[in-house]
Design a protein around this ligand. Structure first.
Ligand SMILES: C[S@@+](CC[C@H](N)C(=O)[O-])C[C@H]1O[C@@H](n2cnc3c(N)ncnc32)[C@H](O)[C@@H]1O
Length: 244
């Protein structure tokens, strides 16, 4: 297989090494170089590769793309490993555009996002008939985002999944317009061995998370789906109907 003339952007999945795709694992097994996204990628996933490994944390965009381009030009098989799915808060487009300048092609391999591993940890659905048919994926303002839309987005009574928000959970809960008793869950390291789930409400989750000492690598899920009581059956089972 000729996969040496391009960079493979691979989703590592949420952490559990069994949650990478078969395609992603096979690429890691053949890789000469893996450039991975720091602490967000479980080291156990890196164990699939015997190649050289570089942590991209603290490197500039230029350094990352030049290193990958140099290796590809030297005939090496290169994997760029992002946590979860690379299409969510993964900064892949800017890397792809830089690689294009070096004349290097890319291939994308999706991954299981941490938002889905969090739903699994909570044993719930993110969309649930009679509770919410909408999932909002967002993040709070921070170093790389001047202003967020969390307040406006919270007016739809939809399920909201907040990435990159653990340290700002107090500010986020003050900003949202959900009723104070709306269920909220924070899932730390979903699918890792040290996974932790904290459940509460808009009113008390921030204090619970602080008490638990969780400061990063967690997903915030807000909405009735976190504690589904008054949902409606989907009628998918037991009623003959046209395929959707
Ligand atoms: C830069 S984003 C990368 C998201 C990734 N592309 C994905 O699809 O999961 C990092 C944020 O994703 C969330 N995250 C990543 N891995 C996680 C996990 N295993 N459990 C809970 N949240 C996680 C956290 O909110 C973290 O701050």
């Amino acid at each position: 297989m000729d996969d040496k003339n391009k960079v493979h952007f691979v989703g590592a999945g949420p952490g559990n090494p069994k949650l990478i795709t078969v395609m992603g694992r096979e690429l890691l097994e053949r890789a000469d170089l893996v450039v991975y996204a720091g602490s967000l990628v479980n080291p156990k996933v890196l164990d699939y590769s015997n190649g050289e490994k570089i942590d991209s944390y603290g490197l500039t965009l230029d350094e990352i793309t030049k290193t990958m381009a140099d290796h590809v030009k030297a005939g090496k098989m290169v994997v760029r490993l992002h946590s979860g799915d690379p299409s969510l808060y993964g900064s892949v487009i800017e890397q792809m555009n830089e690689l294009k300048k070096y004349g290097i092609k890319v291939e994308r391999v999706p991954g299981v996002s941490s938002v889905f591993a969090s739903a699994a940890a909570l044993n719930t659905q993110l969309t649930l008939n009679g509770v919410s048919d909408t999932l909002i994926i967002t993040r709070p303002a921070g170093k790389t985002l001047e202003k967020d839309d969390i307040n406006e987005l919270s007016r739809h009574n939809a399920t909201m999944a907040v990435f990159l928000g653990t340290q700002k959970i107090g500010e986020i809960m003050n900003k949202v317009e959900y009723p104070q008793d709306t269920p909220v869950a924070v899932v730390f390291h979903a699918s890792w061995d040290d996974e932790q789930v904290i459940c509460g409400t808009v009113a008390d989750i921030a204090q619970k998370v602080k008490d638990a000492g969780i400061k990063r690598s967690a997903m915030i899920i807000i909405g009735g789906v976190v504690d589904p009581v008054n949902y409606r059956r989907s009628h998918l089972y037991g009623v003959a109907q046209e395929p959707l």
